[in-house]
Design a protein around this ligand. Structure first.
Ligand code: FE2
Length: 487
């Protein structure tokens, strides 16, 4: 028996969908650009069975991969569960066997030792293969045409970390991937293994180092010369897990650290800078200018996630859980461990931002992300009581001039993470399309938005309509026709 009726957050638009889908030649409002050939692949989650504990984190949701396949202006949709050992075990038992977020001590004894990853965070196309990523395990390889799960992948046995980040960086100049795992040597270890993997998928470098304290190293910054490693207030311990708690708690007394390591450096070359309480969950871009290393990122003042509670029992503070685009500058010549921080825009934004990936690790100008414009209309009668809580705009933030241009999604929708698709044949930064999923609360359906990134004010050029609610994504990626062996 499957019963979601006692899950207060899983109602209405946010109720589990629990089906796999194929839609051929999707309905489109407008015209899909014919120079977009490839796929927009989204990874997120859907609950196969309700969580075992009411305070479990939503990050425990079962992985669900879905793909909008673009071919000459026609779009097909496909959605599949990521068929992890956990998914299969739960399905066989007809119930949730796994307990709190990243805490194996809370699982049913029957699944002891089984890979408990849910693979729900980021899709990746690399070296001709499609992967799902979740930071508690190896990548899982997926068939890019059927979206069926092949299984865990360790780069010919040369990738030794037990975990793999959801945010690897691909250097647009060399095509190599800089990636890492934290808690790399096992649960509750402070080891990070940092890798370079060439564009053929061969591991060419491994550096092992330790972080100041075990924390969520969710994302990094990459420059042409350095890797930037933010560490901030999420803490964990074996004691905490044995007490049956979710993996992370927030400790506001912990300083944030940022490690800077040369890309050709060893563990001894890492330099740790120290700052106040902050949360840098996602980054935008990094660069090295002389002796300065610069990171731009949407950074929170404190804990962004209410489901990872404070270790001192204090309540979650929504005011401090707002991200602002900031610039951190690290002076490699400085004698102390401090760094400077600037707020680049006086408005809070979604921390799921994006740049034109052809400019990753290089000097750049534009950042894209979603935000809430409370001045825009919201049709409460048709869309429900979500006024002020929807992301109704995608912004292009010009870091050179401080100006912003905006796309408004309409008065019944909320936007998920933005994605940038470069225009074929162009190398100009920001020339291309902004795409992303909109939740249309009035129509109870998901719509894929496509807008011209240089003319956001003009509205979308196309909306691909799904006749149902697709699962919420964590992250989505555009994968060009030539990146994967598409049929
Ligand atoms: Fe992420």
């Amino acid at each position: 028996m499957v019963d979601f009726s006692h899950q207060p957050t899983m109602k209405g638009f946010f109720a589990p969908t629990r089906f796999e889908a194929d839609v051929y030649d999707c309905e489109v409002i407008g015209k899909v650009p014919t120079d977009m050939n490839g796929a927009f692949v989204r990874l997120g989650g859907d609950w196969l069975y309700p969580p075992k504990f009411s305070d479990d984190a939503p990050f425990s949701v079962d992985g669900y991969i879905n793909m909008f396949r673009f071919k000459n202006g026609i779009v097909d949709y496909k959605g599949r569960w990521v068929k992890t050992p956990r998914y299969k075990a739960d399905l066989a038992a007809h119930k949730q066997l796994f307990g709190e977020y990243r805490n194996p001590f809370t699982d049913d004894p029957s699944v002891k030792g089984l890979d408990r990853t849910v693979q729900n965070t980021t899709p990746l196309a690399f070296a001709g293969k499609l992967f799902t990523l979740k930071e508690d395990s190896l990548p899982y390889e997926i068939n890019c045409n059927t979206l069926e799960t092949i299984g865990p992948y360790n780069f010919h046995g040369k990738y030794k970390s037990l975990t793999f980040t959801a945010h690897p960086k691909v250097d647009p100049v060399t095509g190599e991937m800089i990636c890492y795992g934290y808690e790399a040597a096992g649960l509750e270890t402070n080891d990070v293994y940092l890798y370079t993997i060439n564009k053929k998928g061969e591991v060419t470098r491994e550096v092992r180092f330790k972080v100041p304290y075990i924390s969520m190293v969710h994302d990094i910054g990459l420059t042409q010369k350095h890797v930037i490693i933010p560490v901030f207030g999420f803490v964990t311990s074996m004691e905490r897990l044995k007490e049956g708690k979710v993996h992370w708690g927030w400790d506001s007394t912990r300083p944030s650290y940022v490690g800077i390591i040369p890309r050709d450096g060893e563990a001894k070359d890492i330099r740790w800078f120290k700052g106040p309480e902050r949360a840098t969950v996602h980054t935008l871009n990094g660069r090295t200018e002389g002796d300065k290393v610069i990171l731009e990122a949407p950074i929170f003042d404190s804990n962004p996630f209410p489901f990872f509670p404070s270790v001192d029992g204090s309540p979650w503070d929504a005011q401090k859980a707002r991200a602002y685009i900031r610039r951190n500058t690290f002076d490699l010549n400085s004698k102390d461990d401090g760094f400077t921080e600037e707020k680049l825009f006086e408005m809070n934004v979604s921390d799921l931002g994006r740049v034109d990936d052809r400019y990753l690790s290089l000097p750049y100008r534009y950042a894209f992300t979603a935000y809430t414009d409370r001045e825009r209309p919201f049709d409460q009668w048709r869309a429900g009581n979500l006024q002020g809580r929807v992301s109704n705009c995608y912004g292009r933030f010009d870091l050179a001039t401080g100006k912003k241009s905006s796309y408004f999604v309409g008065d019944t929708c909320s936007l998920q993470e933005v994605c940038f698709v470069p225009r074929k044949g162009s190398s100009e930064e920001g020339d291309g399309y902004v795409i992303g999923m909109a939740s249309n609360y009035a129509e109870m359906r998901s719509e894929l938005i496509i807008a011209d990134a240089q003319r956001l004010e003009d509205g979308d050029v196309a909306r691909v309509i799904l006749p149902f609610r697709s699962t919420a994504q964590v992250h989505g990626r555009w994968m060009d026709e030539d990146q994967l062996p598409f049929a």
